[in-house]
Design a protein around this ligand. Structure first.
Ligand code: BGC
Length: 908
């Protein structure tokens, strides 16, 4: 091993991030945090020191005196969240930054690839005006008469096209476009799209807060005539939202408005700023209407060639209305933008009995359809979107409720036409194309997958096709529902940021993708939605469903920041959320002074969508109350507020005692005797120690009594497999995870699921489809078993200390039905890999952990008698080979390691 170390090369700093984003633009954080990870070959690698340089030009980075921040060499192995402490940051300025590190031998690395962050307005008032379409008088028709010729059953608005010409007479050094909308927008300069964002600026509570985007448009501009242009749609602002069917919805406002600020810096140092004002002109174009939920109607014959370029005659265009009522807080985007993340080719196309041609994308997905056809002028093509099919091959759309998810395209007849809707998103696997006489080719339809641009951070491959598909279904549920906010579902008239769904799934989500910035933004939405009394809501943003939060729903306001702390070590978010978290606890306590939570439970959903057995709602509510009290005690300790920590510790103890008194019998039986009751009590440490084994026994008995089947709803399911594994019933956890009979994940998979269903009985052989009133085929909540796949099956876990994987707990847990499991996970500190293979001789296990981490490896094996490390027999501390069950524990540094746990002693 020594030889490995002496030949290894210097460490490499990589994955540079600022505020958990790569090269963010328009950052309004006064003291942003800089992070990186280090990679290097060999073992026991460690950063012993680092140096950060920040400067406003690349050149200044090499000049010690021209730096905005220079840490010099700092002895530290920390790679995450270095708080900027240099000169006060200037607004609208690009800061380049570099880092290098010294390794455990004092060998210095090269400088990492150059990174940057660019500040936004840094708290200064938003500089641009607001423009919108003219408001109408009582008897005026909306827009030009030609729209009257179309059917607009939803009274959704068209997409406004704005343009503004300007002349540049000096060479441009750089240019930035800052833009936002009460609505959704896309900007263009000289006909070229600015950035790749979809549905910007995303969704926030527009009464309280709005985000803006900043784009580098330096190379969009030309000498002479230029045009800046925009498309503006209703989006979440005034379009259909949630269950609301009223027109105008008027949750936030009745019509969208645009605000943009283009700042051009010339080579001679002078500047020109162009804001949205009365010099802009607008018209409606080919969009008859466009709505996120309903779909888009687009008549390509009405396209206005050249409208977004110089030379277009806009004399018939209208003068915009000026002004709007934006919220007081307008700041740079905190999370990753929404983008088209991948494209799916259609797998098959079949003619259906209703005359449509049904394309199958092979995957339930979320986004939009790209249509590619040749058709005669005026041909009306309808694209309907559904997740599943009826037996006769026609689209099942009953579960969409009032949402239509239907796009209409009217062809120009000019050669091949390619079209994608602009401001509409659907949840679908199948696209039914209506209006074509002949079967279109497969290439006519492509699926554009849309979600917030987050790095995918995991892979999981096992010998079980079912497990592999389960993992894929969970991941696709996340791809489909992490769109602006974490939504419950992507298809029906709902698509809301339900708090419980998000909190039960967050741990799983953080295996699959780097969700830190996305959830930081959403946690701000949650805090924005807190009532003056301290109540968190059921959904955030709260607008479409203003009710206060139920137990486990509102509790997400405490669980989310604590989970982000555990996974990413984000103390700043925790500190910012803390007053709101405390207000929520006091709100619950005020209403439930005796510790049993029965008051202020609002919609009180209980263990939502459990099957066949109901856990008493007061038990669920009280268990969660105890849990959030315990989390508060931890948060207070982390934030060094000892008096609060003592207070919440005592509160937890009181609730726990009240819980036991009220819901627990002497033999550890809980009221209701349901799986979820035991799971919550065990997961939240509510059983007295001596009754833990009894509670586990009751749980196991319940599951066995149902032939190895679950009954858990959204809340219980998250703890099902982890708790069984933790308490020595790993085999039963495997049985549940691999089950194919109803109810189980496997049952949905056996019936063609490519995402996680909302309900265990979304479709059953016996009853067919569940009630269409609530039957989504893409709800991630029941996919929270993902945390067990990584944490137990693959056996990788953080130690929940907030060290963000500084200490990595590796405890692979092979079980029946799976012979091989290989997982990889990109932690904030770098890649972790864990792979085990079972053979007749025993288990071989290999893992890899990144520099600066410590792996605490536990190998547990039944009947094993010897253990090899790197091929050599070893007797670790704590290993017993005379008992049936051996447990070996090692603490190892970075690098790759190999073990074999054998059933027989190797022959020498
Ligand atoms: C949503 C859920 C949500 C629930 C509240 C449903 O309509 O789809 O996922 O958590 O309501 O019980």
């Amino acid at each position: 091993m020594e030889s490995v170390r002496s030949t290894c090369s210097a460490l490499r700093p990589e994955r540079l991030r600022c505020e958990h984003l790569v090269d963010p633009m328009g950052l309004d954080e006064v003291a942003p945090r800089l992070s990186w990870s280090v990679a290097g070959d060999g073992r026991d690698r460690r950063q012993s020191a680092y140096e950060i340089r920040v400067a406003t030009t690349r050149e200044a980075l090499s000049d010690e005196h021209g730096l905005a921040w220079h840490t010099g060499r700092v002895e530290s192995d920390e790679t995450l969240d270095h708080v900027y402490q240099g000169e006060p940051l200037q607004a609208c300025t690009r800061y380049w930054w570099l880092v290098r590190v010294w390794d455990e031998r004092g060998v210095v690395s090269g400088w990492a690839d150059l990174a940057f962050f660019e500040t936004g307005f840094m708290g200064a008032p938003w500089p641009a005006g607001w423009i919108s379409e003219r408001s109408l008088g009582a008897d005026e028709e909306y827009e030009t008469p030609r729209l009257a010729a179309y059917d607009n059953p939803f009274q959704a608005l068209s997409v406004a096209h704005f343009r503004r010409s300007f002349v540049l007479d000096r060479p441009v050094a750089s240019a930035r476009l800052h833009a936002t909308a009460l609505g959704v927008y896309e900007m263009l300069i000289n006909g070229r799209r600015v950035g790749e964002d979809v549905l910007a600026p995303g969704w926030t509570d527009y009464h309280t807060r709005l985000e803006y985007q900043t784009y580098d448009v330096s190379d969009h501009l030309v000498a002479g005539d230029n045009v800046v242009a925009a498309l503006l749609g209703e989006g979440w602002y005034s379009g259909y939202l949630g269950f609301n069917r009223k027109r105008p919805a008027n949750i936030y406002g009745v019509k969208p408005a645009l605000s943009a600020f283009l700042v051009i810096t010339f080579v001679d140092g002078t500047r020109l700023a162009i804001s949205t004002d009365d010099a802009w002109r607008y018209s409606r174009g080919p969009h008859i209407y466009s709505d996120v939920l309903m779909g888009e109607h687009y008549d390509a014959r009405l396209m206005m060639p050249g409208w977004n370029r110089p030379g277009f005659d806009d004399r018939t265009w209208h003068e915009p209305e000026l002004g709007a009522t934006p919220p007081r807080s307008i700041h740079g985007a905190r999370g990753p933008a929404i983008r088209v993340m991948r494209r799916l080719a259609a797998k098959s196309v079949k003619a259906a009995s209703d005359g449509s041609f049904v394309f199958d994308l092979g995957q339930n997905m979320v986004g939009r359809t790209c249509l590619r056809i040749r058709a005669e002028r005026g041909r009306v093509i309808r694209l309907r979107h559904g997740e599943v099919l009826h037996e006769d091959g026609t689209l099942y759309v009953e579960n969409l409720r009032s949402t239509r998810q239907e796009d209409i395209y009217v062809a120009t007849g000019e050669g091949e036409e390619v079209w994608e809707p602009t401001f509409s998103v659907h949840g679908f696997r199948y696209v039914a194309v209506h209006g074509l006489a002949d079967a279109p080719p497969l290439e006519a339809i492509e699926g554009c997958v849309i979600h917030n641009a987050m790095e995918e951070t995991s892979s999981l491959e096992t010998s079980s096709d079912l497990v592999n598909r389960l993992y894929a279904n969970i991941l696709w549920g996340q791809r489909g529902n992490f769109l602006a906010v974490p939504t419950d579902c992507p298809q029906r008239d709902e698509r809301l940021g339900w708090l419980a769904d998000a909190q039960v799934f967050l741990r799983t989500a953080s295996w699959n993708m780097d969700v830190q910035a996305f959830f930081t933004k959403w946690m701000i939405d949650v805090l924005d939605a807190q009532s003056p009394e301290g109540a968190f809501p059921d959904v955030a943003p709260r607008g479409p469903l203003p009710q206060d939060g139920a137990p486990a729903w509102g509790d997400a306001g405490v669980i989310v920041p604590m989970t982000l702390y555990e996974r990413y070590g984000d103390e700043r978010l925790l500190a910012r959320a803390y007053p709101g978290m405390a207000a929520w606890l006091h709100y619950i306590r005020r209403h439930n002074p005796d510790g049993i939570r029965t008051e202020a439970c609002h919609a009180n959903f209980g263990d939502w969508l459990s099957l066949g057995e109901q856990t008493p709602k007061a038990l669920v509510a009280t268990a969660y109350y105890a849990h959030v009290a315990a989390l508060m005690a931890r948060a207070a300790t982390i934030l060094k507020i000892p008096e609060d920590a003592a207070f919440y510790d005592a509160l937890f103890a009181r609730i726990r005692e009240a819980f036991q008194r009220r819901f627990m019998a002497k033999d550890g039986r809980l009221e209701g005797n349901t799986q979820t009751a035991y799971l919550l009590a065990l997961a939240f440490d509510l059983m007295p120690d001596h009754l833990v084994p009894r509670a586990v026994a009751h749980l196991v008995e319940n599951i066995e009594g149902r032939g190895g089947h679950l009954t858990t709803g959204f809340l219980g399911v998250r703890h099902l497999c982890p708790i069984l594994t933790q308490h020595g019933h790993s085999d039963l956890a495997y049985r549940l995870a691999l089950n194919e009979s109803y109810p189980s994940w496997g049952y949905s998979i056996a019936n063609g699921a490519t995402t996680i269903w909302e309900r265990w009985d979304g479709w059953t052989g016996e009853k067919g489809f569940q009630s269409p009133k609530m039957n989504s085929f893409n709800h991630y909540s029941l996919g929270s078993v993902g945390e067990w796949l990584f944490g137990a099956m693959a056996g990788i876990d953080d130690d929940r200390s907030g060290g963000a994987f500084r200490k990595i707990r590796l405890r692979p847990t092979p079980g029946p039905g799976v012979d091989r499991c290989a997982a990889r996970f990109l932690s904030p500190r770098g890649w972790i890999a864990s792979e085990w293979v079972r053979s007749q001789d025993g288990i071989s296990y290999a893992f890899e952990v990144p520099a600066n981490t410590l792996a605490i490896v536990e190998l547990v094996a039944k009947g094993a008698v010897s253990i090899l490390r790197d091929g050599e027999e070893t007797t670790p501390l704590g290993w017993t080979d005379d008992r049936d069950r051996g447990r070996a524990k090692f603490e190892l540094g970075s690098g790759s390691h190999r073990f074999a746990v054998l059933n027989a002693r190797p022959q020498h």
